[in-house]
Design a protein around this ligand. Sequence first.
Ligand code: ASP
Length: 334
Amino acid sequence: MIAAPAPGATWQHRHVLDVDVFSAADIDLVMRTADEMKEILARPIPKVPALRGTSVTIIFWEASTRTRVSFEVAAKNLSADVVNIAAGTSSVVKGESLVDTIRTVEALGADMIVMRHSVSGAPYLAAEVFGGPVLNGGDGWHGHPTQALLDLYTMRARLGDVAGRKVVILGDILHSRVARSNIWTLTAMGADLWLCGPTTLLRGFDAWATRWADGRAAPGHGRFTVTSDIDAALRDAEVVMALRLQRERMDAGLLPSLREYSARFGLTRERLAAARPDALVMHPGPMNEGVEIAADVAVLDRSVILDQVANGVAVRMALLYLLSGGHPEGMSGG
Ligand code: ASP
């Protein structure tokens, strides 16, 4: 069965730069389009002609395995022509500016760009100069919209509606673009969101939570709590998402030691026992096993870490398709 689109649920966005500009109806449309893509992925040949003749250029200035490959598989499943540029081997290393690179890629025929950059905001600059859609595959500490959408998709697939459900994001919040994007989607969909980590890795978020608690800036109806009290955070949680400790972004002095961090904030079986017995365990990857998550927790039956990876393809197919002007119902015959 193909769900009928909700009235008024049409796609208005030209780019996917972050999820802060997505309404609950937009997010719902992405989720339903991703459902259609899941059906395609279950076919013996998971390929449809939706993006035939469209050239998608994937350019990553920062390391990645799963996000880059996931976008590539997604674009190929839609029959797009995919050009992959590893910025480390491109003219970027000769000092070419971001704007020059984007203009060059456009002159070479790119219709859509998927990019990752270590500078927050870089995709916004690219979107100003590029004539087609830009999809952000992660920018600095700022945003990772496709990750937040695949995380939400994974939660909904297991739990149904996330409204009122206690979701805990645990760990290095400060450096995490994954956490920042998840805040928007989860509160927009009404989750009871908790951010938990050492105070030095929560800097700025408590002010954000207070502002929302006052009702002045909350995007949805979700609750938003920021705490270093891991016992309070994990108590009766329905989802626990551990974040990678981002050592490459760490300023000196934020943590006494890795060992102390994992002793106080690592997700172990003992700690997880405080959550609901069927609480989902998530991680955006790549994992530092034994630091933010114990190896035996990552492989529990209720760990959905590999579901996140698999669902990422469907969600990215959905976004590429919607940006190309497609509609969920359009996939039914393909
Ligand atoms: N893969 C995610 C990202 O690029 C998470 C991480 O690297 O920790 O942001």
